[in-house]
Design a protein around this ligand. Structure first.
Ligand SMILES: C[S@@+](CC[C@H](N)C(=O)[O-])C[C@H]1O[C@@H](n2cnc3c(N)ncnc32)[C@H](O)[C@@H]1O
Length: 395
């Protein structure tokens, strides 16, 4: 039975590749041949006009991308399924197929409505793997990342690495979020500071020589906005602006992408809530200073002794906060992904939560229950994102 389900799944995949309707494949349920490997995300791309399937191997702390011609890609998926992964999700413009072949359980193959019905755009820059090069981006110099010789300044290597890592991970996320093709994408960066990543986001989204993006940075420190606006004007970035204000008080008419990187403590929740309210397709957060729930943590008795130690209690607070945020995002209709943004040796503030808005129905009550149960397990009665979303914890 499991074998015939797998054959059916692969036949659907082959047909979708042949008729150009493939959107994406996700492999999950890793079976620990390589214990650091979590998922493989696969999507069609055109390389020099020839169709390939691009595999993003998501490891615990890094992504590895490999591109394969379609036939060898399908052979590889066939090998990975059942060997390294027991769960596969196929999305085509005609519908979805979800295969589960976990050992010891009845195999399942379920079909669903399409997530999107437009044929995927395979133009190479649709899934950009672009690097923000120093010479081509004078705004890096204005922001102090590079010097007159376009070399990265001493002490700014980590920032330059962070900028490039950010744009590298945006490509697959934007692809999965499926931004509108008939207008410029609209993005907001909340708590943008000096704007390093806001400039990078704008540079990534705008089409060279053509359609512009609209990107707004929100920052409570007005002087940073004034400086960033001057640099944007000097670079003739017409679609990029910085506005002084707090995240919570910002009125967001619409945004496709909402970003908040290292916005402190509950500012991340305020940014998530704004993004959810505006029905953004993609939310990208790098949380930090998770202080809110720490005083409320009532761990299960078995953990009480371990959490006498301040650092472990802090780590626990970070874990519970971000796990709860991911669960609440699922409850709000997003597919949440939590992963390391940059290698931990460069910074400990390296967790990223990305959320792609679902385009298919989901069980909201079940998702809310998971969030409520998680909060209850740790004795959490109040959390800012839950409050924004009207999810009652500790009832
Ligand atoms: C650690 S910096 C990060 C800057 C930038 N996002 C980055 O990752 O490079 C956090 C920034 O968020 C701003 N900020 C914190 N809370 C905010 C809020 N509620 N509203 C607007 N800005 C906020 C701070 O002023 C600071 O500039």
């Amino acid at each position: 039975m499991s074998h015939s389900f797998k054959i059916q799944f692969l036949d659907r995949l082959r047909a979708a590749v042949a008729d150009g309707t493939l959107v994406r494949i996700n492999l999950g349920g890793a079976q620990a041949i390589d214990p650091s490997l979590r998922n493989v995300f696969i999507r069609p791309i055109a390389i020099k006009g020839v169709l390939h399937l691009s595999f993003t191997y998501r490891h615990e702390s890094r992504d590895i991308v490999k591109n394969h011609p379609p036939e060898s890609a399908i052979t590889l998926i066939d090998e990975l399924l059942g060997m390294e992964f027991h769960d596969a999700f196929l999305s085509t413009t005609g519908g979805t197929a979800h295969l589960n072949v976990k050992k010891g359980r009845s195999p399942r193959l379920e079909f669903g409505d399409p997530e999107i019905t437009d044929a995927p755009d395979l133009a190479h820059d649709h899934v950009k793997q672009r690097t923000i090069r120093t010479r081509e981006n004078p705004w890096l110099r204005a922001l102090g990342v590079t010097g007159e010789d376009d070399r990265v300044n001493a002490g700014m290597e980590a920032k330059y690495r962070q900028i490039n890592r950010f744009v590298e991970l945006l490509g697959p996320l934007i692809h999965d979020a499926g931004l509108p093709k008939d207008r410029a994408p609209v993005a907001v960066d909340m708590g943008c500071g000096k704007g390093y990543l806001t400039f990078a986001l704008y540079e990534f989204l705008r089409q060279p020589g053509g359609r512009a993006a609209r990107v707004t940075g929100i920052e409570v420190r007005g002087e940073l906005c004034d400086a960033a606006n001057r640099i944007a004007a000097d670079a003739s970035f017409d679609g990029l602006q910085f506005m002084a204000g707090t995240i919570d008080s910002t009125v967001l008419p619409h945004a496709d992408i909402v970003v908040a990187l290292h916005a402190c403590d509950t500012a991340t929740d305020d940014a998530l809530a704004k993004g959810i309210a505006t029905e953004a397709s993609l939310l990208v957060m790098a949380p930090c200073c998770q202080k809110e729930i720490r005083p409320q943590l009532v761990p299960p008795p078995v953990l009480a002794d371990a959490l006498r130690h301040g650092i472990l209690k802090q780590r626990e607070a970070e874990f519970v906060t971000d796990a709860l945020r991911a669960a609440l995002l699922e409850a709000a209709g997003y597919e949440a992904r939590v992963f390391e943004f940059i290698a931990p040796e460069h910074t400990s503030k390296n967790l990223m939560i990305a959320a792609v808005k679902r385009r298919t129905p989901y069980d909201r009550d079940a998702a809310v229950k998971k969030a409520v149960d998680l909060a209850a397990f740790y004795g959490i009665k109040r959390q800012r994102l839950a409050q924004h979303l009207g999810v009652a914890l500790g009832a």
